[in-house]
Design a protein around this ligand. Sequence first.
Ligand SMILES: *[C@@H]1O[C@H](CO)[C@@H](O)[C@H](O)[C@H]1NC(C)=O
Ligand SMILES: *[C@@H]1O[C@H](CO)[C@@H](O)[C@H](O)[C@H]1NC(C)=O
Ligand SMILES: *[C@@H]1O[C@H](CO)[C@@H](O)[C@H](O)[C@H]1NC(C)=O
Ligand SMILES: *[C@@H]1O[C@H](CO)[C@@H](O)[C@H](O)[C@H]1NC(C)=O
Ligand SMILES: *[C@@H]1O[C@H](CO)[C@@H](O)[C@H](O)[C@H]1NC(C)=O
Length: 197
Amino acid sequence: MTGSSLATMSRQLSLSLNLLSFLVIYSTLAACAQTNRTIDDQFGDQVTALVPVYSPATAWKQGANCTDCLVNPLVSQAFKGTWHQGLHTAGDVESTVVTVSFRGTAVYAYCVLANTISYSNTPTNLNFRLNNTIVGTFVHTPDASTTFIYNVPVYVNTSIPNGLHTFEIEATGNTSLVMFDYLTYTYVTPNFLMRWR
Ligand SMILES: *[C@@H]1O[C@H](CO)[C@@H](O)[C@H](O)[C@H]1NC(C)=O
Ligand SMILES: *[C@@H]1O[C@H](CO)[C@@H](O)[C@H](O)[C@H]1NC(C)=O
Ligand SMILES: *[C@@H]1O[C@H](CO)[C@@H](O)[C@H](O)[C@H]1NC(C)=O
Ligand SMILES: *[C@@H]1O[C@H](CO)[C@@H](O)[C@H](O)[C@H]1NC(C)=O
Ligand SMILES: *[C@@H]1O[C@H](CO)[C@@H](O)[C@H](O)[C@H]1NC(C)=O
């Protein structure tokens, strides 16, 4: 083999290596562009650690260790073994609200629902707000069974403009039991971070 054909071969090799690393980096970037992040009712955002705000504080309890609650779902069925339990009673002046902030393009909010429990009010009536605008409602009317329903996506929106959002789950007016378990949102890696890689 001559020196010049060796040089050509090594140039070709380095060209295809460049192409290969370009393809690897490109597909990694494409795969990283959108990721789901979860906000637990108790432990907060898995990335930012921001925790939900519950108001009024007196209307809410951590359900998992509640010793005087009549409504007791299974801890093992709840995400991370926790949920916040709030009761709004018809006639209460203040709304019962969970407030969460996130930056993203989609939101999925999950609650636990109850059916019939002696001496308890278990219907669930919710409004959802994004940046103060009502974007949806959810109603669960208990049936005669005593079963709990876990991981219920009470609000899903996959078409919100990318950016910072304040999301509220609100119980107002009629009596409503709110058992907020967790929320997932879709985070989009900003372009400047992608170009930097
Ligand atoms: C985020 O989670 C939702 C609900 O499970 C799923 O439908 C969606 O495909 C997920 N999005 C991403 C980017 O993983
Ligand atoms: C239940 O857990 C929460 C969160 O860790 C804590 O603030 C609260 O004091 C606990 N309540 C009881 C009754 O142990
Ligand atoms: C999703 O959010 C956008 C922006 O806030 C709103 O205009 C739209 O009605 C919402 N869609 C659903 C299905 O809630
Ligand atoms: C929602 O409100 C936040 C803070 O008030 C603001 O920064 C953000 O741009 C708003 N988002 C949209 C999509 O309007
Ligand atoms: C209360 O519940 C009734 C019956 O389901 C419904 O017609 C009414 O709109 C509800 N009121 C409010 C304020 O949610």
